[in-house]
Design a protein. Structure first.
Length: 279
């Protein structure tokens, strides 16, 4: 029996108890892609020191003939950064394939991602033990990426464990706003820097869904067979995802949720996803 059939039953089975929020993934990682091979990492170090202070960069390791690494400390959190002067190995991430499934990329941005020449690995280890910790880690991770994206030739960011690619322009626009805010703000999180939105199918019906909320220990969200315009659905998903991440709202099975004064949707759990039906 399918998702929609289960929802339509007059006497539904008892709703399963939600296990959310679950422990998030403690580690956080992303790749930052470049359209060229850098001669050295000194311009990157200078940008990071300008953004976070001279003492923020430490443990600089140039011992490898091609790969350099260092530690950046932001808001008390340590981030490990390494520069690799080659394209991302396809067996690790197929960047060209990922460009086909990102709705927010312009054609020239897709081409830049697909033809990148080198990349940075950025990782934060162990900082996301609870939802609030994960939010703080990702917020500061974003600010660090924004500093590196000021490098000449920076293309954008590929978020690990999702299909998300974020262009340099989109990233810097969000981070300009973030610098005027606090990560504790319950009404805002830079969702599109961390969560992928994609079109899918469920029971041969179209859906618009998220990928990435699971990293925060939260249910993924989706609209089942939506009738509203795609941009409206994306706006609702962005807000709903943000509220989950900030702890303002956690969506659960079989809840009635108002979108506007005229439109309400019913939430229906299917695996690790909460679908909204009726929008």
């Amino acid at each position: 029996m399918g998702l929609f059939d289960r929802f339509k039953k007059k006497t539904p089975e008892p709703a399963p108890k939600s296990e959310w929020p679950k422990p998030p993934r403690e580690d956080t990682m992303a790749l930052l892609l470049m359209d060229r091979v850098l001669e050295n990492i000194d311009p990157a170090l200078a940008l990071l020191q300008k953004a976070f202070g001279d003492s923020a960069v430490s443990d600089i390791d140039r011992s490898h003939p091609r790969v350099s690494a260092f530690i950046v400390t932001v808001d008390g959190l340590e981030f490990w950064c390494s520069y690799l002067p080659m394209p991302v190995p396809q067996e690790e991430q197929d960047i060209a394939a990922k460009t086909q499934y990102n709705m927010l990329l312009r054609p020239e941005e897709e081409a830049a991602f697909a033809s990148h020449k080198s990349f940075w690995v950025i990782a934060q280890k162990g900082g996301g033990k609870a939802l609030e910790d994960k939010r703080r880690a990702c917020w500061n991770f974003s600010l660090l990426c924004a500093a590196l994206l000021e490098l000449e030739g920076a293309v954008g960011v590929s978020v690990t464990n999702t299909a998300l690619l974020v262009s340099r322009e989109h990233y810097l626009t969000h981070c300009a706003r973030m610098r005027e805010m606090d990560w504790r703000d319950p009404d805002y999180f830079p969702v599109t820097l961390w969560i992928w939105f994609y079109r899918g199918l469920q029971e041969e019906k179209p859906t618009l869904q998220t990928q990435g909320l699971g990293e925060f220990g939260l249910p993924e969200l989706g609209f089942f067979n939506p009738e509203l315009p795609v941009q409206d659905i994306l706006n609702y998903l962005c807000t709903m995802a943000s509220w989950q991440i900030t702890g303002k709202q956690l969506y659960r099975n079989m809840a009635l949720i108002p979108l506007t004064e005229e439109v309400e949707v019913v939430s229906k759990q299917d695996g690790d996803t909460i679908f909204f039906i009726g929008g």
